[in-house]
Design a protein around this ligand. Structure first.
Ligand code: G3H
Length: 539
């Protein structure tokens, strides 16, 4: 196929100085037991989605490498975490909330100093646009600040005794122990921190491994973690999951697993734990969120939200709209406007102003997306938009596919990329059945103007998915809203507040309301003898 000149000239050496590749990052460091250790074993190369021309060939730029640690180092991380938790008696775990917050504030101060480097890594490692990379960074810092505020409120609410049926009690949330955090490549910073920070602040100790893509961006943070937290409270390990993660899970010492990725990998990790009933899992998994465009929908808005929902960060969001059901009365108008809008999206490099579509970081992703389109074409669909599905190296031009049907792979598989499959329907039973039969149950978007029609859909859908969006795309934010899913889409609920609950267990100290017990409680409270049994109020 002849490649259109618009995408043929996409990759060039003309890169603005301030966003040019960091010099080759030979990252040998990892963090275990409060020490930044140097690795001298095998390393893994980091291929950027940004390509260069080498001997006339288009090739992914190699921007650095990171350690491929072994079972030995991950076992050391586990030993150090175990010592730091010390069966619930560790310094961090027994530290008062105000002190823990001070440590988090130290970390924020260190982290914000590294914004420029981290944003640059996000662009080079996963191809995220400058604007979205900055948003990811800022959103993460806000998330930490909001988490601190949520904890203060939680602690204030619990700084009182409850007297019920002759029993005096103090009820708080206590940490679970050792938390293993594994984030995804599409939000390597934000989604990792959305579990790591709440787990930490609640007194757990954490081991984490950066995702396969989006790994070098943690280099500037190693020192920040080392400086901000007591020994063993945070360990950062690198390497192949089977080598470094399996021994952690099989040890039976991981108390909570925070994982964002595929349900297949989540199941393997959970099954590796010898005592699964001791493992709390907080999982963000696949989704195939549908949009339902009703015949009375405001088409321009439906088109704008569909573009945002299906193509922001090239469709690489778990919350992306991954299948569109449009009523047959309006499908022609919808497709025409959607196609125009898609073709108006600016393509280019992450640092280009207003860029919307950038190269894809996953290995062989263009091949996978092409195979989805070929399958759909064989079974009767067409690519509606000009240039849709055109490939140049790691760049894939967004493809609008219509009419899609249930025999096609793209109807079932989560494309996680810039492919927008559209079906037309006559009866609402068609999209409803799709959602009922789907393995996934994260969110849905309904587009319409008639409140009767919309409310008829809200009630059946809210028991199938976890968020019904009206006239807007699916999304996780704002971060104070609960984020979860049904079926194979999630386990547990996250939000600034819910995450504090997810990594803790409600625990209480209780006694019968008699004078001798009251006296003991009074003395403990008066002389601040306990961190848990305390009515101290954070101001
Ligand atoms: O990949 C899944 C993310 O949690 C989606 O977050 O809706 O804010 O892009 P977002």
């Amino acid at each position: 196929m002849k490649i259109d000149t618009r995408i043929e000239k996409l990759f060039s050496d003309d890169i603005p100085f301030e966003y040019n590749t960091p010099e080759y990052i030979d990252q040998k460091e990892y963090l275990i037991d409060g020490k930044i250790c140097k690795w001298d074993g095998p390393m893994e190369k980091v291929y950027s989605p940004i390509c260069e021309f080498l001997n006339g060939e288009i090739t992914q730029k190699i921007i650095g490498e990171y350690p491929l640690l072994t079972k030995k180092e991950s076992t050391k991380a586990l030993e150090s975490a175990t010592a730091a938790f010390d069966n619930g008696r560790g310094i961090w775990t027994t530290m008062g909330v105000e002190k823990r917050i001070e440590h988090l504030n130290t970390f924020i101060n260190q982290m914000v100093k590294r914004k420029y480097e981290i944003v640059k890594f996000l662009m080079w490692e996963i191809g995220k646009s400058l604007k979205d990379s900055e948003n990811e960074f800022d959103r993460t810092v806000d998330y930490i600040i909001d988490t601190i505020e949520a904890l203060k409120n939680l602690d204030r609410d619990n700084s009182r005794l409850v007297i019920e049926k002759g029993i005096i009690g103090q009820i708080r949330r206590a940490p679970l122990g050792i938390v293993l955090c594994l984030g995804p490549f599409n939000y390597p910073l934000n989604e990792t921190f959305a579990t790591l920070i709440p787990a930490l602040i609640m007194g757990n100790v954490v081991i984490f491994k950066p995702p396969k893509l989006g790994v070098l961006l943690y280099k500037p943070l190693l020192e920040a973690f080392r400086l901000s937290f007591p020994r063993g409270v945070v360990s950062i390990i690198y390497g192949d999951g089977e080598e470094v993660i399996t021994p952690l899970m099989t040890s039976g010492k991981i108390n909570a697993l925070a994982f964002v990725g595929s349900s297949k990998v989540a199941d393997i990790l959970k099954k590796n734990h010898p005592l699964p009933h001791r493992l709390r899992s907080i999982l963000g998994l696949e989704a195939k969120n549908a949009a339902i465009i009703l015949p009375d929908a405001e088409i321009d808005n439906a088109v704008n939200e569909t573009v945002l929902g299906s193509l922001s960060f090239n469709g690489q969001r778990c919350t992306a709209l991954k299948i569109i059901f449009c009523h047959s009365d309006v499908v022609d108008e919808f497709l025409e406007k959607l196609s125009l809008k898609i073709n108006g999206l600016k393509i280019g490099m992450p640092w280009d102003e207003d860029v919307k579509i950038t190269p894809l970081p996953e290995n062989n992703k263009s091949e996978y997306l092409t195979s989805l389109i070929e399958d759909a074409l064989e079974k009767g669909a067409n690519v509606i938009n000009e240039m849709g599905g055109t490939v140049n190296g790691t760049f894939f031009y967004p493809a609008l596919i219509y009419p899609v049907n249930s025999k096609m792979r793209v109807y079932h598989e989560e494309q996680f990329g810039p492919v927008v499959p559209v079906l037309s329907y006559d009866s609402l039973e068609e999209p409803l059945n799709y959602i009922v039969e789907s393995n996934y149950g994260q969110q849905v978007s309904i587009f319409g103007t008639n409140s009767d029609n919309i409310s008829d859909l809200i009630d059946p859908l809210i028991n199938q998915v976890s968020r019904v969006n009206i006239n807007s795309q699916c999304q996780r934010g704002p971060d104070t809203f609960p984020f979860t899913g049904r079926k194979d889409s999630a386990e547990g609920t996250l939000s600034v507040f819910d995450a504090l609950r997810a990594f803790t267990i409600r625990s209480l100290v209780a006694t019968k309301e008699i004078d001798s017990n009251k006296k003991i409680f009074r003395e403990i409270l008066k002389h601040n003898k306990s961190t848990f049994l305390s009515t101290d109020f954070i101001l």
